[in-house]
Design a protein around this ligand. Structure first.
Ligand SMILES: Cc1cc2nc3c(=O)[nH]c(=O)nc-3n(C[C@H](O)[C@H](O)[C@H](O)COP(=O)(O)OP(=O)(O)OC[C@H]3O[C@@H](n4cnc5c(N)ncnc54)[C@H](O)[C@@H]3O)c2cc1C
Length: 354
């Protein structure tokens, strides 16, 4: 069966207007002419009309740095190009516009028994942004990254050509993780994951230091689809790298508290809490974060098996506070992420010691 849901299209396209843009870290603001296309033809027109600084796509601006700003040039804000074109329940695949968000997809798909194959730690991310950054989720060790589940996407090249690309095409591989520099992704066909409920079975355990955390993850990560460690980056000495390991899987319908039926598959939207519009600089300092970390570590269970939790706090805990990035104050914040190969775990220790 196929379902199309044009009702998911939102809003109207604005005229081009100049705006001050930042990434989610709110550092390095810069001005750009922002256009909000609503159709693929609008995108082509906006791209063709860009000046010498060219045009760059922007999703929901959840990149921490300046990846979606294009100072002095044109930015195509893609979130109005947001129709779900087709859901093929038999094949377990969906065709969506690039501006569709993970939030939109999850709320539509989970009640139908499907989930996105990979999600980052916020659901306020567009499919175009997920392809451009080839985002990873807590299931990276098992399922790879977002583009491993993209059957094809349609790209508008800088020359104005619309091409459909699949894995193996050179331009597909350059666009997956290409940060918007190969053109504008217009739409994509995604392979979905079948789920029986909107709930997770979650195991939590504390690890006393970095070696302990690494040993526990190496020993048992393969048993879980999802695995993540919260690390206390301020702990020192014998507690350096102390962590809370959080690992889980989708719960079967029989385990979901709402039982069989639609309750078990419901994903409520909305956010009750919001950060205040302005916070004083320095609210988050080492001493306050140390207190938070201590409390978080101590309140985590030493070991807890099979807790049933809704998927929202499991996958997207930070989304429970709207605009949480403001609490870092007006000058914003930087986030460091690193990937190290097996055998170079010492690099993690070194980075925690800094
Ligand atoms: C709380 C939080 C948690 C996060 N957790 C994770 C995580 O677990 N794993 C992970 O991998 N990332 C994570 N991220 C980062 C986020 O997933 C990526 O930065 C993602 O690219 C943001 O998508 P966006 O739609 O907001 O795109 P933007 O931030 O607006 O843009 C990101 C890049 O994508 C390009 N782009 C956007 N749309 C298109 C398009 N249609 N065509 C071509 N290029 C396009 C832009 O030019 C830019 O280079 C997290 C971010 C936050 C704020």
């Amino acid at each position: 069966m196929s379902t199309s849901s044009a009702e998911l299209e939102t809003g109207a396209a604005d005229e081009a207007h100049e705006r001050l843009l930042t990434g989610w870290g709110r550092t390095a603001p810069s001005r750009a002419e922002v256009v909000e296309p609503r159709t693929a033809d609008d995108v082509a027109e906006a791209l063709a009309g860009a000046g010498p600084r060219g045009a760059l796509a922007r999703g929901l601006g959840r990149s921490y740095g300046d990846a979606a700003q294009n100072a002095g040039g044109r930015v195509l804000a893609m979130s109005l190009l947001a129709a779900v074109r087709e859901i093929d329940e038999e094949a377990g695949e969906a065709t969506v516009d690039a501006g569709v968000s993970i939030e939109q997809l999850v709320q539509l798909l989970v009640p139908m028994g499907f989930f996105v194959p990979v999600t980052p730690g916020t659901w306020h991310v567009t499919v175009g942004g997920a392809i451009a950054a080839d985002v990873h989720g807590k299931n990276h060790h098992r399922d790879g990254s977002f583009c491993d589940h993209v059957v094809w996407f349609e790209l508008l090249t800088p020359a104005g050509e619309r091409v459909r690309l699949a894995r193996g095409d050179e331009l597909f591989d350059a666009t997956a993780g290409g940060m918007g520099l190969t053109g504008i992704v217009l739409s994509a066909r995604l392979r979905l994951l079948r789920v029986e409920s909107a709930y997770m079975t979650v195991d939590r355990e504390r690890a006393g230091d970095l070696d302990d955390a690494m040993a526990r993850m190496s020993a048992r990560d393969d048993e879980y689809r999802y695995s993540v460690a919260w690390i206390d980056c301020l702990a020192r000495g014998r507690s350096l790298g102390r962590s809370v390991l959080i690992r889980g899987d989708h719960a079967g319908a029989d385990l979901a508290p709402a039982g069989r039926g639609n309750g078990a598959l419901a994903v409520p939207g909305g956010t009750k809490l919001a950060a205040p519009p302005w916070t004083p600089p320095g609210l988050l300092r080492r001493s306050t974060v140390r207190i938070f970390n201590e409390a978080y570590y101590r309140s985590a269970p030493v070991s807890e098996i099979g807790r049933i939790e809704h998927m929202r706090p499991f996958f997207w805990p930070l989304d429970s506070v709207r605009n949480w990035n403001r609490i870092y104050g007006p000058s914003g914040f930087l986030q460091y992420q690193l990937v190290v190969p097996f055998g170079r775990e010492d690099a993690l220790r070194e980075s925690l010691e800094r």
